[in-house]
Design a protein around this ligand. Structure first.
Ligand code: ADP
Length: 184
């Protein structure tokens, strides 16, 4: 059975790590907009050059850059049996775009997983991670944007009743177990 999963959660919730595990277990691609953007920045592509300053500041990259990227990625052949979206949709406009895109692709998400972790735990985790955009100021900004732009996306999926909230403040193994139960 195809598995189409959307991962939501604040920066530092562990989406990337968990999405990677599920992607391997189910042999489906892990589509991380953050990873795609970081690789574009590293390769200094047009997209990378346009995205870099926003990412360094902890702002969202403009939708104009992200929407095309997702549309392209979800039309690759490897997505026929499913996908895990990590880092997208991050605001209501992206969520509505995805709805329409999935209709066009004749697909629908099976499950929206929301990894929940308290803010103070997130800040500590992100400060320990030391990625380039993980300094205290940027982290605060990313959390602010998360509450302002991404929490409405959680409410959007909650209304559609496809949302499952998982406690992300447990050991990695325990989170993986909760996620696997939620999607089985
Ligand atoms: P985190 O979840 O830790 O914030 P990500 O790797 O998901 O990290 O994203 C890193 C950065 O990439 C974000 O701060 C943002 O600038 C950009 N980004 C990723 N996904 C999106 C998106 N869907 N829309 C806009 N910007 C995005």
């Amino acid at each position: 059975m195809a598995k189409r999963l959307i991962f939501l959660g604040p920066p530092g919730a562990g989406k990337g790590t968990q999405a990677q595990v599920l992607a391997e277990n189910h042999q489906i691609p892990h589509v991380s907009t953050g990873d795609i953007l970081r690789s574009a920045v590293a390769q200094q592509t047009r997209l990378g050059k346009q995205a870099k300053d926003y990412m360094d500041k902890g702002e969202l990259v403009p939708d104009a850059l992200i929407l095309d990227l997702i549309q392209d990625r979800l039309s690759y052949e490897d997505t026929a049996n499913g996908w895990i979206l990590d880092g997208f949709p991050r605001n209501i406009n992206q969520a509505s775009f995805l709805e329409e895109l999935l209709v066009k692709l004749n697909q629908s998400a099976d499950c929206v997983l929301n990894l929940s972790v308290p803010d103070e735990v997130l800040v500590a985790r992100l400060l320990a991670r030391k990625r380039k955009d993980d300094n205290e100021e940027t982290i605060r900004r990313r959390l602010e944007i998360y509450h302002q732009d991404t929490v409405p996306v959680i409410n959007f999926y909650q209304q559609k009743k496809t949302l499952k909230t998982i406690d992300g403040n447990q050991t990695m193994e325990a989170v993986t177990k909760s996620l696997s139960e939620a999607i089985s």
